[in-house]
Design a protein around this ligand. Structure first.
Ligand SMILES: NC(=O)c1ncn([C@@H]2O[C@H](COP(=O)(O)O)[C@@H](O)[C@H]2O)c1NC=O
Length: 509
């Protein structure tokens, strides 16, 4: 039977109504300062926690509930005679329901230029202590950290006067997850204050489920999508406006597509298959960028994921509605564009904010985690070296920059052929570089003549340049740095190809 409840919440959503319903069910409600005020102002009967402890709240609220009269009441094992004896001896009231949510630490540190003292003061101590006490003693005590449960708890109590064993167990599990995520946020904040950077000695993170997915990469794999608790960026903040539920592979491809399209300030469109671009283009208008990207490889574009870096207008929407696309992502859609595209039942429309720079990239490996900073190094033409007799023309420079921005998003070994505004051929993920080059060149066909080629890493031999020359490539951009660079330079000079070394590699594994 639930006789006594202790309510102490920072997020007071629904708490007055909940307290009222508890009181109506005959539960005695004890509460701390602000929560008590909110409850009693609404005319609901509740008692101050001081009436249990015999102590006033003190030290700016640092000490309110940290007391044996509270924790004894929560932690006592009700059918242990020793515990019962201690309760009687010390006049400890059993507390059967603990309703707590914590000081808004994450909200506090999200404020610009938050003072360290302010952040520290918002580290809740008494709250998590009660949460952990109640969660430990879940056999006897219900612990509620999420206001979403208020209604079902009232319904259960009205029905049976008690919470089921299974429900209390679930609440306890949720409670420990709540305090773990809370402490994670604190530890990460302090790590940042210490300037530990992106690779601290302990890597802590907390995620909550957004949704179960129908399946993983394949239909026999179980999967779900989680977002980082307390942050609202990246894939965790995507807004699906229309269409079937997103799949595991959709989300993987969407991330690749989204990072790629924001390489460009001008209107750009990328069409992704299996995380690689089958077409990417820029233009003066979004419509033309999409058409160019589509025409880069209209066969592979079917069923692709499209990312766009401008609000989608009606003209672009009309164009995209001509073929089957899995998903379209953009920072916004006009109403007209939405009307056009949502006429197609299966297409997924997703709105997303521009990626925030400086994110840490994390990859789970068995038994561990790989963490690295983003591949976002600032590059400038001034730091590149033209290593051949031929110099790139201004048009070729434009094309080389375009290809270089994209090749870093292609799975290694990566070769990308383009003109100034559009990909012409992409060779991704082959086990040798010349293999990727052959695929890209074959795809580009005649368009390779006079086009440029980008390679994400250096050429180990001269063979890639020789193959490029046979197809009429006019200029090449690559990091350089191979012990056989001279072979490639010689092959380029012989073919009259201009070759640029960036001295920066862009592997993507
Ligand atoms: N110090 C304590 O003993 C203590 N006991 C409960 N709290 C927190 O005080 C908050 C509620 O305060 P109030 O009812 O005064 O608005 C809750 O978020 C609760 O987690 C405490 N505050 C911080 O540690």
């Amino acid at each position: 039977m639930i006789k006594n409840a202790l309510i102490s919440v920072s997020d007071k959503t629904g708490v007055v109504e909940f307290a009222k319903q508890l009181a109506d069910l005959g539960v005695t409600v004890y509460s701390t300062g602000g929560t008590l005020k909110a409850i009693t102002h609404a005319g609901v009967a509740a008692k101050a926690v001081d009436s249990l402890t015999g102590f006033p709240e003190m030290m700016d609220g640092r000490v309110k509930t940290l007391h044996p009269m509270v924790h004894g009441g929560i932690l006592a094992v009700r059918d242990n005679p020793e515990h019962v004896k201690a309760m009687v001896e010390h006049n400890i009231q059993p507390i059967d329901l603990v309703v707590v949510n914590l000081y808004p630490f994450r909200e506090t540190i999200a404020k610009p230029n938050v003072a360290l003292e302010d952040a520290i003061e918002n580290i809740d101590i008494g709250g998590p202590t009660m949460v952990r006490s109640a969660a430990k003693n879940h056999a006897y005590v219900g612990i509620v950290v999420n206001p979403n449960h208020y209604d079902e708890i009232i319904a259960m109590l009205a029905d049976k006067g008690e919470l089921t064993k299974e429900y209390k167990f679930m609440l306890a599990k949720e409670a420990f997850a709540h305090t773990a995520a809370y402490d994670t946020a604190i530890a990460n904040f302090l790590s940042k204050q210490m300037g530990e950077g992106p690779t601290p000695p302990e890597y802590l993170s907390a995620y909550e489920k957004v949704s179960d997915l129908r399946y993983g990469e394949n239909s026999h794999q179980r999967a779900a999508f989680y977002k980082e608790i307390g942050t609202a960026h990246g894939m965790g903040a995507l807004k699906q406006l229309h269409g079937k539920e997103l799949s595991y592979n959709n989300i993987v491809d969407m991330e690749a597509a989204w990072n790629m399209v924001w390489e460009f300030e001008e209107p750009a469109a990328c069409i992704i298959k299996h995380t690689n671009p089958c077409g990417a283009a820029t233009a003066d208008t979004l419509h033309d960028a999409y058409v160019n990207a589509y025409e880069a490889d209209s066969v592979s574009a079917f069923g692709g994921i499209v990312s766009l870096n401008r609000e989608v207008d009606a003209a672009t929407a009309e164009e995209m509605s001509k073929i089957f696309l899995e998903c379209i992502m953009a920072p916004a859609f006009t109403q007209e564009a939405l009307d056009i595209l949502s006429a197609k039942k299966n297409i997924r429309l997703v709105e997303l904010a521009r990626p925030e720079p400086g994110q840490v990239m994390v990859k789970k490996v068995s038994g561990g985690l790989l963490v690295q900073t983003e591949d976002d190094i600032a590059e400038s033409q001034a730091e590149y070296t033209v290593v051949t007799k031929a110099q790139p023309t201004p048009e070729q420079w434009t094309a080389l920059h375009f290809a270089w921005k994209l090749v870093k998003h292609v799975k290694s070994n990566a070769i990308l052929i383009s003109n100034e505004k559009r990909t012409l051929g992409v060779g991704a993920g082959q086990m040798n570089r010349v293999g990727s080059a052959k695929i890209a060149l074959e795809q580009a066909g005649d368009a390779a003549k006079g086009a440029v080629l980008a390679s994400d890493a250096f050429f180990p031999f001269g063979d890639t340049v020789e193959t490029a020359a046979q197809h009429g490539i006019a200029a090449i951009i690559q990091p350089g740095g191979s012990i056989r660079d001279e072979e490639s330079i010689k092959a380029a000079d012989e073919a009259g190809i201009a070759m640029v070394f960036t001295h920066i590699r862009h592997f993507k594994h």
